[in-house]
Ligand binder design. Sequence first.
Ligand SMILES: [Zn+2]
Length: 500
Amino acid sequence: MHLLTISLVLTLSALCVAQPQGQQRPFAAVHPSNKNNGEYARFDNEQVLRVQISSIEQLKQLEAIVENKNLDLWSNLRIGTVDVRVPLSELEAFKAAIPFPFSVMISNLQDLVPEEAPAATALLQNNLKPWNFTDDSFWLKYHDLATLNTFTETMVNQFPRIVTRTSLGHTHEGREVFGLTIHRYNRDPEADDVDSDDKDDDNELDLEDLIEDLVKEVRTEMRSWWSWLVGFSKSQKKSPKVKTILLHGGQHAREWIGPATVSYIAKELILGYGVNKKITQAVDRYDFTIIPVLNADGYAYTWEHNRMWRKNRQPTSIPFCPGIDTNRNWGYKWNHGGSSGNPCNEAYRGPEAFAAEEPTMIANYILRKKNVVAYLDFHAYSQLWMTPFGGDCSEIPDDDEDIMEGGLGAAKALMDVHGTKFAVGSICKIIYQASGSSVDWTYAEGGVKYSYGVELRDKGLHGYMLPAKEILPSGQETLAAVVHLANFIRVREDQWGDKV
Ligand SMILES: [Zn+2]
């Protein structure tokens, strides 16, 4: 790329980020990712700086500087450390402007970004050798959307008695958002959508709960083995209202560890059913619906055009600034702070709640199912296990004690695998106000008691450019957390009779 082009890109990238609420100024010019003319976007000499913040006043000061200079926040705004991507053209001015200590986290971002679009490389490699999805080899590298979709379709076809394909709809660019539902042997999770309020079904569930109380863990395991051997399933009869645990990655396109981790969890739940006791207990009790990539358009864009893309790809009121931040567009206390009204901003909340197709798909799914007991939305990075709320920091969930207990247990189970530490707490408490995010809506409007937003590895050494060698450990530890959480909910429901 010519120097002139680079300087144009850097200048334009500086124009396209945050606007403080109530301080609207003319929207920025052209987003760099639209000016790459088919090339993969470059980030020569851009740095990611880690700024130390010790008070709310300092945080607000940093927020104003970042928004004034239109910079890309990599981490959430919070007291502690905040990571900011700064283009070369702004670097000296930014370093001079911030009165806080900082260190250089990434000295030249381009060193970590491929020269060529990785989608082209993936296509070549995938044509050479078919993947084996039943060992760990698939999770030694990141995969593009097409390859992740092949994984999902293959698991559906290969394990039809415990895996069902689940489709949520299509994105603006026409990509299907889909995943799989893992369920106990020969159950049809789609059948729950019919007569879901049927009183007989409720009675069946109560009876089933009673039976499961009596048979306890040994019988459960024996039944699972029996199921594997002969295809036995009492659920061949009219479906009882089995509850759903819903997981997805990829709301934010550049956070590649999310889709990688949840696809690994899907594989392990499928292969572990009837083999691993805790997995079997969880899958016997709950359907696990897993959508590897929610923001399919944005994810594809990171593989084809710009590794740093975060939002979806819907048009906005500014023709050269497409994309809504899907995780600022959910409909509970939307636009209550911590989001931007600037379409060129990475945290653009959209013109109205649920203007973005991706959160709307998930919300419709939850409202249609009426039985989602847990929701986990996987992001990167910072190692946080977050609970509602983030939109209104004076609001505390009625179920806060249970939600926190589930989250703390999950973080402990996660740490027991590789020693990785996650902080647990509400969005407001452990980061900062961020309205229009998924878990606020899923808890308050979707009726999902156990709603969590998870920021996966790392704590900033590589940020979004997490090396592929960390996919497997991330998958292994997060699997432990999810399985723990499912069994925590199962035991809690048995103890207290909690209902959706
Ligand atoms: Zn995210």
